[in-house]
Design a protein around this ligand. Structure first.
Ligand code: GRF
Length: 196
């Protein structure tokens, strides 16, 4: 069975990191076994660190505040990912702008809490809740130099009802994220295997 390695990058709570580890790490699918080669976090106190440890993976901390510029931070990220042997990198709540150096060297996908191209940026959930648009959702897309602008791979949507509170709305978004991101990774890696 072919082993496909992934890297997971996160910055905060790590609920998506946890779902990826639960659903993918050391799991065998139709055409491959997936292994999480490394988890990388840019914030030394992030909650997600313990979630990674619970799966026996000590996160690699690359603290962006210790670098003088974005390029040197991204170079360290790229080297760590390449050294891990990961062929796909998953951004699961990784809150950093990435430079062209990163996007040229690493194939990565990102999870975003809106139906892109609507509501790019860090306030997507708030903006989507406040908007008159009745359909909301989430996207998984390739990472490009444009913030939240790479090709869309998968989306899930739901209808925003009048009675929905902001908390319920946010909960719905996260529930969809927790299934769509692992599913998308599986689909991408299995398809790659078939292509060969
Ligand atoms: C998610 O809502 C994701 O869409 C966004 O950041 C959040 C990360 O949440 N990019 P968590 O850290 O995985 O719980």
């Amino acid at each position: 069975m072919v082993i496909k390695k992934i890297a997971i990058l996160f910055s905060g709570t790590g609920s998506n990191l946890e779902k990826l580890l639960q659903n993918l790490h050391h799991q065998t699918f139709e055409h491959c076994t997936i292994e999480v080669a490394c988890t990388i976090c840019n914030r030394p106190l992030a909650e997600g660190i313990e979630k990674s440890r619970a799966f026996g993976i000590e996160p690699i901390i690359i603290d962006h505040t210790t670098f003088t510029d974005r390029d040197s931070f991204d170079k360290a990220l790229v080297k760590t990912i390449q050294d891990s042997g990961a062929e796909l990198t998953v951004l699961a709540g990784f809150m950093r702008f990435l430079t062209p150096y990163f996007t040229h060297h690493i194939q990565a996908i990102n999870l975003h809490p809106s139906l892109l191209p609507l509501f790019k940026g860090s306030d997507a959930i708030k903006e989507s809740f406040a908007s008159p648009i009745k359909i909301a959702g989430i996207s998984v897309h390739y990472v490009s130099e444009e913030l939240d602008g790479g090709a869309i791979i998968a989306q899930r949507s739901f209808t925003k009802t009048e009675s929905m509170s902001y908390e319920e709305f946010e909960e719905k978004i996260h529930a969809l994220e927790h299934t769509l991101l692992p599913e998308t990774v599986i689909n991408l890696l299995n398809r790659r295997n078939n292509d060969r």
